[in-house]
Structure formats: structure tokens, C-alpha cells
Design a binder for this molecule. Structure first.
Ligand code: GLN
Length: 481
């Protein structure tokens, strides 16, 4: 069961060769055995999982993912289950409805095993800002799994679940996928509905998924994607059959290598791994083209103005009045607001709210927020020009493999700089993936692939072609047998 693909597991459950209940029990047992070390799950919903699985076994209508055990990032609302967003603020919040993504996956037949740990309100690159404690990297427990969807990435890497959902605002699917050695896809902004996905920075937030292979991601993404009238930025556009697009043929594909990404800052060991992966693409028939994305260096400062600005507005709803954390014995309304927020939010979230309120304030709006909107456009235009000449872009995900727990937690700027290679595509709303490409000192390295808007099928096929020719994505961390 540990080696079967998503398609194989679902096919076997559908035609009764495999019991969905037995499959669920198998993965729940793996969680019991291994997750005390990793802390990748905030909640495990055993009863609900077994009853969903029993329905599949009874032959109740289920779609393409019948019986597939899955875990949802705890940012997705799940009806009747705690949805914490990694925060004390929502520690007591039981969602009254399901996110669109959850509805879709339920309808496809998936079995929800639990909710994965994450950086508080998805703010972070290391999974150390969670109210529920840090997640550990299964390849070496002294290292971070990346963030903010680090729980999902670690759970898939350790084989606690075959697939998991995540969200990516500035890299939170691609970066933990890279650091944990799994495959992750963030689709085009608008491809997956944000309904019921707790908002961080609404113009950037996008749901996606993690699995071991591109083929598995194709199956899961196919079930998640599609128009939803309840999200005003959801795009009304047909979802192609991603699985059918996996021909594995990439001959003639023009892959752009941005000069600005393969420059100073990229560590030598990581560079060697990526050079080898890119050479493999050339061997498979791709044509490599050097390209320029000249505004790349503006991405970190642009993102760290815009994302906090949107966050400060989105997080204004947590006021201690309607739901979520409320302080004890408030003396008046002002005290209720300020103490509920001071006690309910962690330090990083408070920092973002302060920065966001500052850049949106009357005196600084033009200098920071408006300027950042303009540089965001320049960054997107760089990609638009590049895609006139290339079909896909290949780049690093991070400068180096995972760093140690605690190493950057007190230095926000160095934590933010960790996102240099993932932020530009987020600002442009482009689809991107991280594909396992090798190891440095026993820690995984990911290759980032980016496609033009709505070309997820091309992206998945390019990742699939690489995975047909290499076995990095099949490697398992020791100690999780
Ligand atoms: N690391 C980035 C941040 O902290 C991205 C997070 C994300 O994509 N959710 O904002």
C-alpha cells in the first residue's frame, strides 16, 4: 500500500480489490507510530475517516479518488472539525462549513485523516511559527521541513499519507516540497477556489497539493481545480484532464533558465544538483535557453509590502467578539480587542499586521503600497516577455537544502530572503512546481518548474517526464519504514 500510486489505490478501492477501511487503518497506524517525532498533524479525525472509508467500501458513489487517504492543511475549513490555521486565535474554532477544495475532494471519494500543521496564518518559511509547535523534517529531525505548508510536506515525505493539500502565497507549497523531497504543485492564481481557505494575502493565496509524484499530483489537482462562484477571483475555464496530459514526451520543449536565479546566493551543492537535473532535461529532448527576468531582485521587498498589507486587512476580523480567541475579563471594548489580538496572535503575525498597517497608512501608502503594486506589474511583465520565447522556466526553489530548527527564527529578514526564488512567480500568479532533484548532505533539493498562466498540464508533464527518467521522487527517509 505504501508503494501504490494515487490512481492505483483509488482503482483498487473502487473495484473492491482493496478495502478503503483497511487502507485508512494502515495510514492511521503509520501516523500513530511516526507523528510523535514529526508533529506534522494538528488533528487526526479517526472516526470520521473510518466512516468515510466505510461508505466507499459499501459502494456509495465516489469519484476518481475513491478511498484515497488525504490530509488537509489546517487552513482549509472542514465542517465539524477544528480549523486552527496554526494559531491560538483559532484553537477553539470548529468550522461550520467545508472549503470548496474539501467539498471537491470529498466528492471525489478521498478520506480525510487529519489536518496538517502549518506556520501561523501561513506566515513563515520554516513551520516554526505554529501555535502547535514546529514540524520536523523527516530526512533529519534537527532540520526544518520548510513552510508554511510544512506539515503537509513532512507527512507525505514520511509516508503518513499519500497526498495532502497545501496553500502557496509566496512559496508555501514549493519550498516545503523541496525541503522534504516530495512533489508539490501551486496552480495558476484563480485555478483553485479560495472559498473556505482562511485568507492571508488574498491576491496571492492559492491552493494546491503535495504527493510523491507528478502523476499523483495530477490526479489530486484535477479533483480540486475548477470554477466556484463563491470566490470572485475563481476563473471560469475548463479543467483539462491532467492525467491524460502525462505523455512523458518533452522533445522540443524550450526551457528558460533565468540568469538572475542561477547567480550569487545559490549554494554550490544545490547548484550542482540542479545543473544535473537540467542536463537530464536536455537529454530528454528539451532545448535550454538562457533568459532574463530583470526585476527579480525587487520580488522580496515587493512581496513583503503587499502580503502584510493584505494580511493586516484580512486579519482585522479576529477581534475577540464573533469567534476565535477572547481574552479573560476585558474591562471595555478597546481592552477586549487589543488583549484578544495580543494574546491570540503570535509574534510573526503581529509583525505582519504592524508592517501592513504602516504601509497602508495615509502618509506611506504612495511610497510603499502603491510602489509595490507597480513593481509587482514589472515582475509579471518580465515573465510575460520571457514566455514569448520559452515554454517553461527551470529554477532553484531555495538557495540551499533545509536549515536547522532555530537557525533563522529570530532573524525575520534572513527568513524572508529564503523566499527569493519562489516569490516572483507568486506575484505574477503563475503556476509552479517543486520536483525532487537530488540530495546535498542527505537533505533533499527541489527543482522549480514554472509554466505560463493555466499551463498546469504542461508543467505536470515536464515533471512526469523527469520522474520517468530519475528515481529521486521514490527515495524514502530512513526510520519511516
Ligand atoms: N514564506 C512566505 C511568507 O512567510 C510565504 C508563505 C506562504 O506562501 N504562505 O509570507
Amino acid at each position: 500500500m505504501d508503494e501504490m500510486s494515487v490512481a492505483e489505490l483509488s482503482a483498487a478501492c473502487r473495484d473492491g480489490r482493496l478495502s478503503a477501511v483497511a487502507l485508512t487503518e494502515h495510514f492511521l497506524a503509520r501516523i500513530d507510530t511516526h507523528d510523535t517525532r514529526l508533529n506534522s498533524l494538528i488533528s487526526v479525525c479517526r472516526e470520521r475517516a473510518l466512516s468515510q472509508a466505510a461508505a466507499v467500501d459499501r459502494g456509495e458513489p465516489a469519484g476518481a479518488l475513491a478511498g484515497l487517504p488525504i490530509a488537509h492543511k489546517d487552513i482549509f475549513c472542514t465542517q465539524g472539525l477544528r480549523t486552527s490555521c496554526g494559531s491560538r486565535m483559532l484553537d477553539n474554532f470548529v468550522a461550520p462549513y467545508d472549503a470548496h477544495v474539501v467539498e471537491r475532494l470529498d466528492a471525489a471519494g478521498t478520506v480525510t485523516l487529519g489536518k496538517t500543521n502549518m506556520d501561523e496564518f501561513a506566515m513563515g518559511s520554516s513551520n516554526e511559527t505554529s501555535f502547535y509547535g514546529p514540524v520536523r523534517n523527516p530526512w533529519n529531525e534537527a532540520f526544518v521541513p520548510g513552510g508554511s505548508s510544512g506539515g503537509s510536506a513532512a507527512a507525505v515525505a514520511a509516508g503518513l499519507v499519500p497526498a495532502a493539500t497545501g496553500t502557496d502565497t509566496g512559496g508555501s507549497i514549493r519550498q516545503p516540497a523541496a525541503l522534504c523531497g516530495v512533489t508539490g504543485i501551486k496552480p495558476t492564481y484563480g485555478r483553485v477556489s479560495r472559498y473556505g481557505m482562511i485568507a492571508f494575502a488574498s491576491s496571492l493565496d492559492q491552493g494546491g497539493c503535495f504527493a510523491r509524484s507528478a502523476a499523483d499530483c495530477a490526479a489530486v489537482l484535477g479533483a480540486m481545480a475548477g470554477f466556484d462562484a463563491r470566490d470572485s477571483t475563481s476563473v471560469e475555464r475548463d479543467v483539462p484532464d491532467y492525467g491524460a496530459a502525462l505523455s512523458g514526451d518533452i522533445s522540443g520543449l524550450r526551457i528558460g533558465l533565468p540568469r538572475e536565479y542561477f547567480a550569487e546566493g545559490l549554494e554550490a551543492g544545490t547548484r550542482t544538483v540542479l545543473d544535473t537535473a537540467i542536463a537530464e532535461y536536455e537529454r530528454l529532448g528539451a532545448q535550454l535557453v538562457e533568459i532574463d527576468l530583470p526585476h527579480t531582485e525587487l520580488a522580496v521587498s515587493t512581496y513583503y509590502v503587499l502580503a502584510p498589507a493584505e494580511a493586516s486587512s484580512n486579519l482585522a476580523r479576529y477581534d475577540g467578539v464573533r469567534y476565535g480567541y477572547r481574552c479573560e475579563a476585558a474591562v471595555d471594548l478597546e481592552d477586549l480587542y487589543s488583549r484578544s489580538r495580543a494574546e491570540g496572535f503570535g509574534r510573526e503575525v503581529q509583525r505582519r499586521i504592524m508592517v501592513g498597517a504602516y504601509v497602508l497608512s495615509a502618509g506611506y501608502y504612495d511610497a510603499y503600497y502603491l510602489k509595490a503594486q507597480k513593481t509587482r506589474r514589472l515582475i509579471a511583465d518580465d515573465f510575460r516577455r520571457a514566455y514569448a520565447d520559452v515554454d517553461l522556466i527551470a529554477a532553484p526553489v531555495t538557495q540551499s537544502p533545509a536549515f536547522r530548527l532555530g537557525e533563522k527564527v529570530d532573524d525575520p529578514v534572513s527568513m524572508y530572503l529564503n523566499d527569493v526564488y519562489t516569490l516572483p512567480a507568486s506575484l505574477a500568479g503563475l503556476p509552479g512546481m517543486s520536483v525532487p532533484a537530488g540530495f546535498v548532505d542527505g537533505l533533499p533539493v527541489g527543482l522549480q518548474l514554472l509554466a505560463p498562466w493555466f499551463e498546469e498540464a504542461r508543467l505536470l508533464n515536464a515533471a512526469h517526464a523527469f520522474q520517468q527518467a530519475t528515481d529521486w521522487h521514490t527515495r524514502r527517509p530512513a526510520g519511516f519504514e
